[in-house]
Write a protein that binds this ligand. Structure first.
Ligand code: AMP
Ligand code: MG
Length: 280
């Protein structure tokens, strides 16, 4: 299933999140019906990452953004668990440390970008600097309003250096968020995740919606596209993200490098060694 076209934010298109259905599940009626397709996509991710790593030329940056309880952690676990950790890295962006805050806002993002052959997953990202920073007036408008262009330039530079970029906004409804908060409240194993500010943040739902719409409109580019993923159903979110990443890696078509060694000579050496150790 290729959801790439369906959930893509066309560069420059106007976005109204209220018109995008967070409950959408496409042709699959439920998780059971989607199981085989999800497993297929995860298997494709495994194989493609192997080739990307071996090729050691290009890299992939995946940005995950969502409101609280939007499913960023779950996506990391269920989708990117398919990757070999040797070539994949998850970087969670928190409130900037004093050292990070002492630098320009892209400094910490740049430092976490993927090396050749690697995949980096940003759990939150440099976009927080035009989201939380804007909604909470952490910096004056004069400052955050200039950041969209800076972000586009930054991403363009990465693309030119061989990093492919995919950006996912996990779209949930306010009701679904409340259901997830309640589930956490009912499960002592989840209490560590609870935060009074999660509830306070709900008051800013409209502010975040506007801030996200601006991000999607201004920073979805051909080379570094945004996708809005219907995320009320976790299984569908996983399916959609996995299929878009797999499709993209497939298109990159990473190639195994030519062998650096003379395979024939190594085979002959092996056969001699094997003959010398086999019982007479
Ligand atoms: P969590 O993802 O639940 O661990 O929370 C991380 C927190 O860090 C969230 O409340 C984010 O809004 C906050 N955060 C991330 N980046 C920034 C930033 N650049 N400025 C201020 N707060 C941030
Ligand atoms: Mg949180």
């Amino acid at each position: 299933m290729n959801y790439r076209k369906r959930f893509l934010v066309e560069p420059g298109a106007k976005v109204q999140l209220g018109e995008l259905d967070p409950d959408f599940t496409g042709k699959h009626a439920n998780e059971t019906a989607a199981k085989a397709d999800i497993a297929d996509d995860l298997e494709r991710l495994r194989k493609l990452q192997y080739r990307l790593y071996a090729e050691h030329e290009r890299s992939l940056l995946i940005v995950l953004q969502a409101l609280d309880a939007g499913g960023k952690d779950g996506t990391v676990r269920h989708v990117f668990g398919a990757f070999n950790p040797q070539g994949a890295n998850v970087h969670a962006f928190k409130v900037p440390t004093p050292e990070e805050a002492a630098h320009d806002f892209l400094w910490r993002a740049h430092a976490a970008t993927p090396a050749r052959g690697h995949i980096a997953i940003f759990n939150r990202s440099h976009y927080e600097d035009v989201l939380v920073a804007r909604v909470h007036d952490l910096v004056p408008e004069e400052m955050w309003s200039k950041r969209y262009d800076r972000i586009n330039e930054f991403e363009k530079n990465l693309v030119q250096a061989g990093t492919h970029i995919l950006k996912f906004f996990l779209h949930i409804s306010p009701d679904e968020q409340l259901r997830r908060f309640k589930k956490r409240l009912d499960d002592p194993q989840s209490w560590w995740k609870l935060n009074e500010s999660d509830y306070a943040e709900r008051k800013h739902w409209d502010g975040y919606r506007k801030a996200y719409e601006d991000v999607l409109e201004r920073c979805s580019t051909k080379r570094a596209p945004w996708y809005v993923i219907p995320a009320n159903h976790k299984w569908f979110r996983n399916l959609a993200v996995a299929s878009i990443v797999a499709y993209t890696l497939d298109e990159l078509d990473p190639k195994l490098p030519k062998p650096a060694a003379d395979i024939g000579a190594i085979r002959r050496a092996y056969e001699e060694a094997a003959a010398a150790t086999s019982p007479a």
